[in-house]
Ligand binder design. Structure first.
Ligand code: UGA
Length: 431
C-alpha cells in the first residue's frame, strides 16, 4: 500500500490488484484499509488525481497496462513455522498468464518476504511455464525486499536506509535501479545489487538481528530486576553510544510482536533446519520472547497475590504504537493468562479496539479512554507505548484506581516520579 501510494504521489501511474473487494473499495475512495499515520492524505490525493487505482482480481490488466509489477502478497507461517508460499504461487501464475499476452518487456519484482531460493526456484519456473516465455530475454525478474515498519511505513518508504536489488540478470536489475533512482532522485540511498537468493536472505538476516537485539536487551532487563538499583534503560543508553552497537532496538519490554519478526524468525529457523543447520541462536531469541510477556503476570501476582476477581486495566492492545495491528501482539498471551487466573480485564487502545473485539469478543471489557480504563482497577499494565499513555500523570492513576499499582511493560514512565506516588513496577528495574 505504501509503495503504491509512494509511487503514485510522485506521478507514476499505479495500478494495484487485490482479491479483497472490501479493501479495493476503500482504497478507491481514498481510505486506507488499516491504520497507518500519514497515509490517508496522500492516498486520497493520488486516487482523486487518477494516479492510483485498485482493481479486484485483475492482475492481467495491471500487468498489461504497466512496465513493472511489485508482488507484495502475504507469506504467512505454516503450523510448523515454515513459510507458506501459496499466495506467491497464485500470484506468480496470474502474472505469468498476463506476461503471455504482453508484447513489451516487463519486470516482475518480488517484494514479499520469501526464503532464499523462492524467486529462482518457484517464481521463475511458474512465470516461464504460464507465459511460455524465457526469463531474461523476454521478461525481467528481481527480488527487492522492503524494510519499512508499521506505524512509520510511509515515511520509511519515502526515506529508506538502503535499497536491495536481487537480480536474475543485469537488464532486470538496471530497470529496477533506474526506477528507484528516478523515485528517490537526490535522496537515493546506497543500493546493493546482488543475486536473488542473497536479497532474500538479507531481509531475514535483518529482521532476525533486530529480534535478537530485542531478546538480548530483554535478557539484560531480567538480570537488572534482580540487582537493587540497576536500570536497563541506563544500560541500553550507555551501550547504544558505542557506534558498533547503536542505540536503536534496545528498548526492553514485554517482547516483540507483529506480522514480521515472529513469522520471519520462525521461517528462517525452519528453512535452515531443513538445510541441516538448526539455528540455536534464534531458538533462544524465540524462547526469551515467548516468556517475556508473562513477566507482566508475574509482577501482577507479586503485587496482588491471587488474581481471582481482581480488576486489571490493560493500556494498549496493538503490537506497537501507531497501528491497529494485533498480529502476535504480546497482549494476547497476557490477557489469556489473566483470564485463566480469574481476573476481570478492562482494556483500552486508541485505535485497536475493533480488532481486539475480533480476538477477545466479550471475554474482556473495552473502555472508552485510558482514564475510563483505570476506574476501580486493582492494577494497570502498560503494554503499548502510545503517545497518549505517556501523558498520563501519577494522579490519573491514583485518583481512579482501587489500589494504585502500575506495571510499566514498555518503560515509558519515570520511575523516580511514579514510584513516589504508587506501587510502581517496571521491566528491567531493580527494586
Ligand atoms: C519490522 C522491521 O523493523 C522492519 O524493518 C521490517 O520491514 C518489517 O518488520 C517487516 O518485515 O515488514 P515492524 O514489525 O512493523 O517492522 O515493527 P518494529 O518497529 O520492528 O517492531 C516490532 C516489535 O518489536 C514490536 O512489538 C515492538 O514493540 C518491538 N520492539 C521494537 C521492542 O520490543 N523493542 C525495541 O527496541 C524495538
Amino acid at each position: 500500500m505504501c509503495t503504491a501510494v509512494g509511487f503514485a504521489s510522485k506521478g507514476y501511474n499505479v495500478i494495484a490488484s487485490t482479491h479483497d473487494a472490501e479493501k479495493a473499495a476503500k482504497i478507491n475512495q481514498g481510505i486506507p484499509p488499516f491504520h497507518e499515520p500519514n497515509l490517508q492524505n496522500l492516498l486520497e490525493k493520488t486516487v482523486q488525481n487518477g494516479y492510483l487505482k485498485c482493481l479486484i482480481d485483475q492482475t492481467e490488466k495491471a500487468v498489461l497496462e504497466t512496465d513493472l509489477t511489485f508482488n507484495a502478497v502475504g507469506t504467512p507461517s505454516r503450523p510448523d513455522g515454515s513459510i507458506d508460499l501459496q499466495f506467491i504461487e497464485t500470484s506468480s501464475r496470474d502474472m505469468g498468464k498476463a506476461l503471455h499476452k504482453k508484447s513489451t518487456y516487463h519486470v516482475v519484482v518480488i517484494k514479499s518476504t520469501v526464503v532464499p531460493g523462492t524467486t529462482q526456484d518457484l517464481v521463475k519456473p511458474i512465470l516461464e511455464k504460464e507465459s511460455k516465455k524465457k526469463c531474461g530475454p523476454d521478461f525481467g525478474l528481481c527480488m527487492s525486499p522492503e524494510f519499512l515498519r508499521q506505524g512509520s511505513a510511509f515515511e520509511d518508504t519515502m526515506h529508506t536506509d538502503r535499497i536491495v536489488i536481487g537480480e536474475y540478470d543485469k537488464k532486470s536489475g538496471d530497470t529496477l535501479e533506474n526506477l528507484y533512482k528516478d523515485f528517490y532522485a537526490k535522496n537515493a540511498p546506497p543500493t546493493i545489487r546482488t543475486t536473488l537468493s542473497t536479497a532474500e536472505l538479507i531481509k531475514y538476516a535483518s529482521n532476525s538481528l533486530l529480534a535478537t537485539k530485542i531478546s538480548f536487551i530483554n535478557t539484560i532487563a531480567n538480570i537488572c530486576e534482580k540487582i537493587p538499583g540497576a536500570d536497563v534503560k541506563t544500560v541500553a543508553t550507555a551501550m547504544g553510544l558505542d557506534k558498533r552497537i547503536g542505540p536503536l532496538f534496545l528498548n526492553a519490554g514485554l517482547g516483540y510482536g507483529g506480522s514480521c519478526f515472529p513469522k520471519d524468525v520462525k521461517a528462517l529457523m525452519a528453512y535452515s533446519k531443513n538445510l541441516g543447520y538448526p539455528l540455536k541462536l534464534l531458538d533462544a531469541v524465540e524462547d526469551v520472547n515467548k516468556t517475556q510477556p508473562l513477566k507482566a503476570i508475574q509482577f501482577c501476582k507479586e503485587q496482588l497475590g491471587n488474581l481471582e476477581g481482581k480488576r486489571i486495566a490493560i493500556l494498549g492492545l496493538a503490537f506497537k504504537a501507531d497501528t491497529d495491528d494485533m498480529r502476535e501482539a504480546r497482549v494476547i498471551p497476557i490477557i489469556n493468562q489473566l483470564l485463566e487466573e480469574g481476573a476481570n480485564v478492562t482494556a483500552y487502545d486508541p485505535v485497536a479496539i475493533p480488532v481486539a473485539k475480533t480476538v477477545f469478543q466479550n471475554k474482556i471489557q473495552y473502555a472508552t479512554s485510558a482514564i475510563d480504563c483505570l476506574k476501580n482497577a486493582d492494577c494497570a499494565i502498560l503494554i503499548t507505548e502510545w503517545e497518549e499513555f505517556k501523558k498520563l500523570t501519577p494522579e490519573d492513576f491514583t485518583m481512579r484506581m482501587k489500589q494504585p499499582v502500575l506495571i510499566d511493560g514498555r518503560r515509558i514512565y519515570d520511575p523516580k516520579i511514579f514510584s513516589r506516588k504508587m506501587k510502581f513496577v517496571a521491566i528491567g528495574l531493580g527494586q
